[in-house]
Ligand binder design. Structure first.
Ligand code: HEC
Length: 168
């Protein structure tokens, strides 16, 4: 048949196109759809008082166990890229930032919250990413524009965990 040589080729080109599109979609939106699909409420406004954010972003206390999981997660929090801390099971830990061991004794809850939300409020030169700031960010992919790195709930979970890290 005359056209039989072309039919499979067109077929596979379409499949290839679809696979590339799917791959790009997952890459662009995959990491963010969790929060989006969980119906994450619109961005929370927070009030900064001195070097603290006194009020919980969600109006509730976070979950320390979930917060620990985010802190040691290599995709979500990435905290251990820079920080070390009391995480004996984690082999590779960062040395670019102070250890998180004892931060719960050194800082109040409100101080910890501001440092996770936007460390640049404390130190404009910091390399620590602002986990809950959406304004004035350079180099944000269009699909991530207007979205913080973490959800308000995740920030509160992390803060709840950090407060448990008391000095021995
Ligand atoms: C790219 C590196 C980097 C990443 C990633 C990072 N931090 Fe930091 N962080 C720093 C640096 C550096 C400081 C020291 C203060 C400064 O730079 O102003 C700091 C300071 C802090 C402080 C204040 C502690 C102190 O002793 O001053 C806390 C709390 C903190 N980070 C928590 C976190 C958490 C939780 C995460 C993950 C959600 C995280 N950091 C991710 C670099 C990082």
């Amino acid at each position: 048949m005359a056209g039989s040589g072309r039919l499979p080729r067109k077929f596979s080109a379409e499949w290839f196109g679809a696979a590339v599109f799917a791959g790009i979609s997952v890459w662009l939106w995959g990491p963010r759809t969790d929060a989006a699909m969980a119906g994450e409420p619109p961005l929370v406004r927070y009030e900064i008082v001195d070097d603290t954010i006194p009020a919980s972003l969600t109006g509730a206390a976070g979950d320390a166990a979930r917060g620990r999981a985010i802190v040691v997660n290599r995709q979500v929090g990435l905290c251990l890229l820079c920080h070390s801390g009391p995480f004996p099971e984690e082999r590779l830990q960062g040395s670019l930032a102070p250890s998180l061991a004892g931060v719960g004794s050194r800082y109040s809850v409100g101080q910890l919250r501001l440092r996770v939300v936007d460390q640049s409020r404390i130190n404009p030169q910091t390399i620590m990413p602002p986990y809950y700031r959406t304004k004035d960010l350079a180099r944000v992919a269009p699909s991530s524009r207007g979205k913080p790195i973490l959800s308000a709930e995740q920030v509160e979970d992390i803060v709840a965990f950090l407060t448990t890290l008391k000095e021995e």
